[in-house]
Design a protein around this ligand. Structure first.
Ligand code: ZN
Length: 336
């Protein structure tokens, strides 16, 4: 939640979103204290991660994923749906949204983070960056804005580079669904300074690609350490969102990171995160569409996506069947 005058988060010292007006919210501290021991939710959004049966073309069946295997009693494959190891659940969510063709990021993420069927609204699956109609949906129904308006302390844990933030300020940046989500909610953006001290997490988890692409003066970390950083951020907010698109890029073969390596890195993040998570935190891991679970193709798939839930509130999420149901379940989950 933004602070009264500056737009900076009280505990995080974030960069204010450009061009936004901030409201008068001096009850924030009271609200935070009152909800200190209530449910906290962390959504780990993993781009391009579908759920398919185990087989020779499914890298999830063989990738080293000790944390997922412990949570689910086996690898993250379709056969494990309904698995209920200690404190965890796996559900399969439809990501096709009743629209023909391969699901794509702009419509899938808009659907996931608004609960509105964005693909049906524009009559097709739209890739990459949301256009004006999808941005209007995010502006009106975005999950972060809705939770913030309801008085919840919410944040986006990803780090942005200085150059991207400059482009955002000048209006030149191409804005992803999550960037729009943060901006329209009036939240701050975590920058390189926060990443350097472990108060943000890079989209590629271990930071190698973030550093290579931006020249940021930050050290690389293990995936488990990034997970510990994410746990600490989630412990200070009612709802935290983190996004990695490493998996989608690996599935498209656009990186020097193999699908198995990308999956192992997500698992490493999850391991560090769960080991360091406060008791009241429920972790949700899901995706916008399939891709990486089918190595026979570099394209997206029409497979369902997994919803892995770990923590005290798992039963609220175990029955979901579509990516459209996640945002409403998060809103309801924080209402108690
Ligand atoms: Zn993709």
């Amino acid at each position: 939640m933004a602070d009264t005058a500056t737009g900076y988060h009280r505990n995080d010292g974030l960069i204010p979103a450009p061009g936004l007006q901030f409201g008068f919210r001096h009850l924030e501290a009271v609200i935070d204290q009152r909800w200190e021991v209530q449910t906290r939710l962390l959504l780990v959004f993993v781009d391009g991660l579908g759920l398919a049966p185990a087989g020779p073309h499914n890298p999830l069946a063989a990738a080293p994923t000790p944390t997922l295997r412990r949570l689910l009693g086996g690898p993250l494959v379709a056969e494990r749906v309904g698995a209920a190891a200690a404190g965890s659940r796996l559900a399969a969510l439809d990501a096709n949204l009743g629209v023909d063709g391969l699901p794509q990021s702009a419509t899938g993420q808009t659907a996931l983070f608004t609960g509105v069927n964005a693909a049906a609204a524009i009559g097709r699956h739209a890739s990459a960056f949301p256009g004006p109609r999808l941005r209007r949906l995010i502006h009106r129904h975005g999950l972060l804005g809705r939770l913030d308006s309801a008085g919840h302390r919410v944040t986006f844990a990803n780090a942005y580079s200085q150059s991207f933030l400059r482009d955002l300020e000048s209006g030149e940046a191409r804005r992803s669904v999550t960037t729009c989500l943060v901006q329209y909610a009036g939240l701050g953006f975590r920058a390189e300074a926060e990443l350097a001290v472990g108060r943000a997490v890079s989209w590629d988890i271990t930071r190698e690609l973030f550093v290579a692409r931006t020249g940021a003066a930050v050290s690389c970390v293990s995936a488990a350490a990034a997970g510990e950083h994410l746990a600490a951020i989630a412990g200070r907010h009612r709802f935290t969102l983190f996004e990695t698109f490493l998996t989608d890029l690996a599935g498209h073969h656009r990186l020097d990171v193999t699908p198995a390596e990308a999956i192992a890195r997500v698992d490493g993040l999850l391991g560090g995160l769960i080991a360091a998570a406060p008791d009241e935190l429920t972790v949700l891991l899901t995706s916008d569409h399939g891709n990486i679970e089918d190595s026979s193709s570099r394209l997206h798939t029409r497979n369902p996506v997994p919803l892995v839930a770990v923590g005290p509130a798992v039963d609220r999420f175990a029955g979901l069947r579509s990516i459209l149901e996640l945002a409403p379940a998060v809103v309801a989950g924080l209402e108690g």
